[in-house]
Unconditional design. Structure first.
Length: 258
């Protein structure tokens, strides 16, 4: 007979398998489609699609103290439009918008060639991208790897989905981006804690290197506001995250005092 601990282990393994299916799940709940116009690829996104509302119900209910998720198609349309039309230069880029329809709540944007963020290969790129985004006064809210593309030469990271993004000078929403990134990576490295620790070291150190305000964000992660997301992470990975953040903060403190 299975013990409660065995059942929990099966559940955790199942979550790990599910995280590996993220690209497939994304396609099933996507509001976007590739269209061909005059022989060129574009991406059309429709915010009024029912699946676009349904998929945001759980995070809006469960994590409302951590991040201001919205179900409203109009608000998600506005948030994405604001982020995509911001003057991003350098490492972080967004696709060019070809057409927007405020009545139908649709956008047509350029199709970007690139590779989805890979935690093994692109940990530093992700840390740098989030640092630059946060430093410009933005938080994304949804940082699953399929929302980022790295171009072939690794010169730019493209944010291709920003419908939950918000402007903020506070720490909490930016800390949510870091916590959620750690959550996704914990299941990508479910059976390899050492690899997860390596990811965190590279990701977080790159983050504070490119934005010194990142240290305050890491401190914010100790807040009870993030208990919900850490509760559904594998426990060894939560401890690893806490230890690495503590070590980075302590190193930074010693550096300031030196």
């Amino acid at each position: 007979m299975e013990s409660p601990l065995d059942r929990l282990a099966h559940l955790v393994r199942g979550l790990g398998d599910l995280m590996g299916l993220t690209p497939l799940i994304d396609r099933l709940i996507s509001q976007s489609e590739i269209v061909i116009i005059d022989g060129r690829k574009y991406v059309r996104k429709r915010y009024l699609k029912e699946v676009g509302i349904i998929k945001w119900i759980p995070p809006t209910i469960l994590f409302r103290v951590s991040y201001p998720f919205t179900l409203s198609p109009k608000e998600r349309f506005k948030r994405e439009l604001n982020f995509m039309t911001y003057d991003w230069q350098g490492f972080v880029r967004t696709p060019k918008l070809v057409h927007t329809d405020e009545e139908k709540l649709e956008i047509l944007r350029e199709y970007i060639e690139g590779n989805v963020i890979n935690y093994l290969r692109d940990s530093e790129a992700l840390g740098r991208a989030l640092a630059l985004i946060h430093g410009e006064g933005w938080a994304l809210g949804d940082v699953k790897p399929t929302n980022f593309l790295v171009d072939e030469d690794s010169i730019h990271v493209y944010v291709i989905d920003a419908e939950q993004s918000v402007r903020t000078n506070g720490l909490t929403y930016k800390a949510w981006d870091i916590a959620l990134s750690a959550f996704f990576a914990s299941y990508a490295y479910l059976s390899n804690l050492t690899a997860y620790e390596s990811f965190l070291q590279e990701f977080l150190r790159e983050y504070i290197y490119w934005w010194r305000g990142g240290i305050a964000v890491l401190r914010e992660l100790s807040s009870m506001k993030f208990g919900g997301i850490f509760l559904i992470m594998p426990l060894p990975h939560v401890f690893a995250l806490a230890d690495i953040i503590d070590a980075i903060i302590e190193e930074e403190k010693r550096g300031v005092q030196a």
